[in-house]
Design a protein around this ligand. Structure first.
Ligand code: NAP
Ligand code: G4F
Length: 322
């Protein structure tokens, strides 16, 4: 039975990846940081099948100890400060976790267990002010937020450890992927949760920022398979993972409201508080490399994703209302 270590297992992607790996017969180790309250909501349903171990991307020693003790076959580094607006308020913390945290994890592997295969959760946010449309593996980066800058470091340190130390290290450049488990502060979940609140009579407006920006949105449950596939190849490489389609935030709103028979224009209020100091206006990826080399294709369409998320929020909030 292969062993996988997942950092960020309590997050959206960590929960889907853990489910996926359990189905494949893996022993799953979930690395979690110490906190005063339990943050296991997304993995409650599989908690008895996972081994939870304590570790923090700030703490080099904890990572080395984990590698020495558990010697995982595969390491998925999903942990990060992942919310873009927070990265302007906490740029140093974002750099510590989202950038240097990657170097600490790679150092732990190099020192204690260099046979481990490594996956780094890189991001389309690195393309920022895009230099090319659509974006592919060779497109130059131009990050627009401290988060994007930190992810560029994480990407290149992964490539560098592969080339310097011969580690099996891959960088997955994933475009936005969403689900009913998405954090409430990200725009898609904020919209679907807002739609459900309005439909159930719990709110009468939804305050958002820039409706013009465009994203290439997919379903998180599909994207974790691409992470796993990257670590099953003969040689390590970097891959863009996306749908190849792009839509405005406004279109996501339109679809979510219309799913419950409402018109978004009656409820959405644009609020300058949610605008960013520098925006990423257009993201759309080219999934050809992932398709040709990994045989990976996304399954859930945007329309299905919107419906899945609105229905889940209606169900979730409906239970609270009753
Ligand atoms: P998420 O829901 O925000 O989860 C982040 C995870 O990181 C949580 O489990 C969090 O733990 C953990 N974490 C934060 N700081 C940590 C630290 N110092 N030490 C250990 N763990 C720490 O993010 P996600 O959407 O699942 O994304 C997973 C990864 O993919 C992230 O690296 C993100 O930047 C990247 N990514 C995401 C997308 C996307 O569209 N979702 C696209 C491209 C790349 P707590 O539960 O304790 O907070
Ligand atoms: O949902 P978002 O906050 O996601 P963003 O900034 O694209 O970042 C996500 O995807 C990245 C991959 O490209 C990940 F690396 C990152 O960790 C994260 O998962 O915002 C999407 C768009 C932005 O253009 C934003 O300005 O939605 C716009 N937006 C408009 N109103 C809003 C809002 N975003 C948020 N969060 N809240 C709003 O009210």
């Amino acid at each position: 039975m292969p062993t996988a270590l997942v950092s960020g297992i309590t997050g959206q992607d960590g929960s889907y990846l853990a489910e996926f790996l359990l189905k494949k017969g893996y022993r799953v180790l979930g690395m979690v940081r110490r906190s005063s309250t339990v943050t296991f909501g997304r993995i409650e349903h599989i908690q008895d099948q996972i081994e939870i171990i304590q570790g923090d991307l700030h703490d080099q020693g904890s990572l080395v100890s984990i590698m020495e003790e558990y010697r995982p076959d595969e390491v998925y580094n999903l942990a990060a400060q992942s919310f873009v607006p927070t990265s302007w308020n906490q740029p140093v913390l974002t750099g510590e976790v989202t950038a240097l945290g990657v170097a600490r994890m790679l150092e732990a592997i190099r020192l204690a267990h260099p046979k481990a295969r490594f996956y780094q959760a890189s991001s389309s946010e690195m393309f920022g002010k895009v230099r090319e449309v659509p974006q592919k593996e060779s497109t130059p980066f131009y990050p627009r937020s401290p988060y994007g800058v930190a992810k560029v470091y994480g990407h290149w340190i992964t490539v560098n450890y592969r080339e310097s130390h011969d580690l099996y290290a891959c960088s997955g450049i994933l475009f936005n992927h969403e689900s009913p488990r998405r954090g409430l502060e990200f725009v898609t979940r904020k919209i679907t949760h807002g739609v459900a609140r309005i439909k159930l009579g719990l709110a009468d407006e939804l305050r958002l920022g820039n409706l013009d920006s465009r994203r290439d949105w997919g379903f998180a449950g599909d994207y974790v398979e691409a992470m796993w596939l990257m670590l099953q190849q003969d040689t390590p490489d970097d891959y863009v993972v996306c749908t190849g389609e792009t839509h405005e935030v406004r279109e996501f709103c339109e679809a979510a409201f219309s799913h419950v028979g409402l018109d978004y224009r009656d409820y959405v209020v644009q609020d300058p508080r949610f605008y960013r100091p520098a925006e990423v206006d257009l993201l759309v990826g080219d999934p050809a490399h992932a398709k040709n080399k990994l045989g990976w294709v996304p399954r859930v369409s945007l329309a299905e994703l919107v419906q899945m998320m609105v229905d889940a929020d209606l169900q979730y909030l409906g239970r609270e209302v009753l």
